[in-house]
Design a protein around this ligand. Structure first.
Ligand SMILES: *Cc1c(COP(=O)(O)O)cnc(C)c1O
Length: 395
């Protein structure tokens, strides 16, 4: 193929569009940026010797997270998966239950369900949000479940479906109004996996604050990072107290005695990580602005290209644009691997969506509805370089 011909393929056009926006490259998928008080706060930690489970940055990080998201309470934990584990446990998920989880998600969502001894039950996606398809879920629950003593029972398995975990994929809010209505109508607890959506709003309110609880992640590839970290958001003071207790070994407060009143977890966030988090939170508004600007630049570049569209925030939502995402037209799905190859060869890190959960060995036997949209999306989605630092003038 000549250079001219390569330019004209869909893959060639996509690589050119990425280059037009981010420059010559190379560009990672998502890099953290540390442009604020990170060094200062970390040094303060070291100087104080409070690097571990005690220290002022943990309390401060929790207060500032609550303030930023509008949640009444935030409990900082060691990572987003641990946050999901504890949120599900506090939502009443126990051994032998089923929990509705999107098939199109990162593995942590399904893993956390199994940590409670429960079984993930996979549901399909909505092309408009990339999250759970609420209308399809309602029809499915109507025909496949029955209410027994105010519990939702899966007729096929006889198990109780205890909860649902919508996930805001790549930062785009799901249809929360309809999912909350389903949760009410079918007696399901709703826990939001908001790991990817810090800074995303549904109808003006921050994601992760709608359900009984919501969870965040501050892993190195997320919008802001604490190295590793996560948080549980809730408006319920009792749930917040219990989440803090369970994630700090369930120790009863006492000046010298070690007494634990239930089986707890060592899931607390170290002070060092929280210090990083406080500095990152100060930078968050600028990073969100940069990521939005990056979206606008990509949108202008991809508008010209037939066969592919850049995913935009759903109606009445503000997305954090954590990962910028291309969706190939259905007839172009066969081009995906060529796009991945050409872009990675050119130094632009791109990757497909996750393998669907029911395709992973540990979850092959799990119950599921028809997953045709999730399957179609998983063959057509491509994440492209998304770091805030790609818009240096904005951060
Ligand atoms: C990042 C992420 C998590 C949590 O990840 P940790 O690495 O444990 O912090 C959970 N769910 C989704 C969808 C994620 O993207």
């Amino acid at each position: 193929m000549t250079a001219m011909q390569a330019q004209n393929t869909l893959a060639g056009q996509i690589v050119s569009a990425i280059r037009e926006v981010v420059g010559a490259g190379p560009a990672m998928l998502h890099e953290p940026s540390f442009n604020g008080n990170e060094w200062l706060y970390l040094k303060e930690c070291l100087d104080s010797t409070f690097v571990s489970s005690v220290g002022k940055f943990v309390d401060r990080f929790e207060l500032e997270l609550a303030e930023f998201t509008g949640a009444k309470h935030a409990v900082a934990v060691v990572n987003g998966t641990a946050a999901l584990h504890i949120a599900l446990k506090l939502a009443g998920v126990t051994a032998g239950d089923e929990v509705l989880v999107p098939a199109l998600t990162f593995v942590a969502t399904a893993n956390a369900v199994t940590y409670c001894g429960a079984i993930p039950h996979f549901v399909d996606s909505d092309v408009a949000t990339l999250g759970i398809d609420a209308a399809k879920l309602r029809d499915y629950l109507l025909s496949h479940t029955e209410q027994r003593a105010n519990q939702c029972v899966n007729r096929a398995s006889g198990r109780i479906i205890r909860a649902m975990v919508p996930m805001h994929a790549f930062g785009h809010p799901v249809n929360l109004d309809e999912l909350l209505a389903i949760a009410r109508d079918f007696n399901l607890a709703l826990v939001e996996d908001a790991a990817e959506s810090l800074g995303s709003y549904y109808h003006g309110r921050h994601t992760g604050t709608f359900g009984l609880m919501g969870t965040l992640s501050f892993n190195g590839n997320k919008t802001i990072t604490t190295g590793g970290g996560g948080a549980i958001l809730t408006n319920d003071v009792e749930l917040a107290r219990h989440a803090k207790h369970l994630t700090t070994t369930a120790k009863l407060p006492h000046r010298w005695e070690y007494r634990h009143d239930e089986i707890g977890y060592n899931y607390r966030l170290p002070n060092l990580n929280a210090a990083l988090g406080c500095a990152q939170l100060e930078q968050l508004p600028r990073m969100l602005a940069a990521k939005r600007e990056l979206f606008c630049r990509y949108q202008a570049a991809f508008m010209q290209i037939a066969g592919v569209k850049l995913i935009a925030e759903p109606d009445q939502c503000l997305s954090n644009y954590w990962l910028q995402t291309l969706l190939l037209d259905a007839e172009r799905a066969d081009q995906r691997d060529r796009v991945l190859q050409a872009s990675n060869d050119a130094g632009f890190m791109t990757r497909p969506a996750w393998a669907l959960m029911h395709q992973l060995a540990p979850f092959e036997e799990c119950p599921r509805m028809d997953l045709s949209m999730a399957l179609s999306l998983s063959r057509r989605l491509i994440n492209i370089p998304s770091s805030a630092s790609l818009v240096p003038d904005a951060i």
